[in-house]
Design a binder for this molecule. Sequence first.
Ligand SMILES: C[C@@]1(CC(=O)O)C2=NC(=C\c3[nH]c(c(CCC(=O)O)c3CC(=O)O)Cc3[nH]c(c(CC(=O)O)c3CCC(=O)O)/C=C3\N/C(=C\2)[C@@H](CCC(=O)O)[C@]3(C)CC(=O)O)/[C@H]1CCC(=O)O
Ligand SMILES: NC(=O)c1ccc[n+]([C@@H]2O[C@H](COP(=O)([O-])OP(=O)(O)OC[C@H]3O[C@@H](n4cnc5c(N)ncnc54)[C@H](O)[C@@H]3O)[C@@H](O)[C@H]2O)c1
Length: 222
Amino acid sequence: MGAMFPIMVDLRGKRCVVIGGGRIAERKIRSLLEAGGDQLVVVSLQHTTELERLAAIGSIRIRRREYIEEDLLDARFVFAATDNPSVNARVLNDCKKRGILVNMAEHADQGDFAVPAVVRRGDLVLSVSTSGSSPAMAIQIRKELERRYGEAYAEGIARLGALRAHVQEVEPDPESRKRLLREASLEMEERMLHSQYDFIPEEDPAEWLNRIRIAASRRHEE
Ligand SMILES: C[C@@]1(CC(=O)O)C2=NC(=C\c3[nH]c(c(CCC(=O)O)c3CC(=O)O)Cc3[nH]c(c(CC(=O)O)c3CCC(=O)O)/C=C3\N/C(=C\2)[C@@H](CCC(=O)O)[C@]3(C)CC(=O)O)/[C@H]1CCC(=O)O
Ligand SMILES: NC(=O)c1ccc[n+]([C@@H]2O[C@H](COP(=O)([O-])OP(=O)(O)OC[C@H]3O[C@@H](n4cnc5c(N)ncnc54)[C@H](O)[C@@H]3O)[C@@H](O)[C@H]2O)c1
């Protein structure tokens, strides 16, 4: 299929409608919830027990009937995930007509977007897509990334975020900022590798910045 544009979307307040209530619909809902989706609607006569549970606790809304075009009102993202190809095709056409982005679980190349395999480590998000060519390979690579980028990355990235905020406050020169932030990220990566992703000692951003300044100027002299 043609080249696709990967982006990160803030789902808060954006209605996402999943048509179908089976295994695939449940997987889409799960990843939408993990991504912070708070306006999630599922349309189907039958639902998995997990979808029923999520509706009971108010995480999603269920429309207990077959798909009708009105289901698309106010929708920003739609997932056609029924086991009926003609229903999925109808959803696709209705979305195209209305300019709503649609995902086709059956055929990535028919829809507007494909869903990648994802590893989340706090703010670090690694997503893998083969643009629909080999979901099995996407899953395989996702598993490799899970092993390579352990849980400690969540903490590491959070600390780099705090350091960046501090650097933006105290360092006016954009070139130095860039150099310091690169140095910090290199150092963080090395610490996580050597500690085998174990505990990384807490450090004040100001202290850390001092250490980084020395390391960066040493590297500069070399
Ligand atoms: C990543 C993930 C995200 C998600 O779905 O949320 C995802 N598929 C996942 C699982 C999975 N998919 C398949 C199996 C069966 C066994 C196996 O192959 O292992 C399993 C495993 C299982 O079901 O347990 C087979 C399969 N997948 C598609 C078809 C239809 C076709 O190709 O026509 C068939 C053939 C059906 C058949 O085999 O008959 C289509 C798509 N699957 C995509 C994504 C999109 C393209 C992604 C890409 O290429 O980058 C796309 C186009 C749909 C879309 O965009 O929604 C999620 C893994 C989450 C994770 O574990 O990380
Ligand atoms: N994305 C992927 O990774 C992937 C993997 C395997 C299969 N698929 C495809 O995804 C589709 C769904 O698979 P599944 O395993 O979830 O099927 P499933 O049988 O578990 O669920 C199908 C769901 O569609 C609902 N449905 C049927 N007609 C409907 C209508 N008119 N309106 C609303 N809902 C309707 C049913 O009630 C049911 O809840 C299949 O077409 C399959 O080819 C995708």
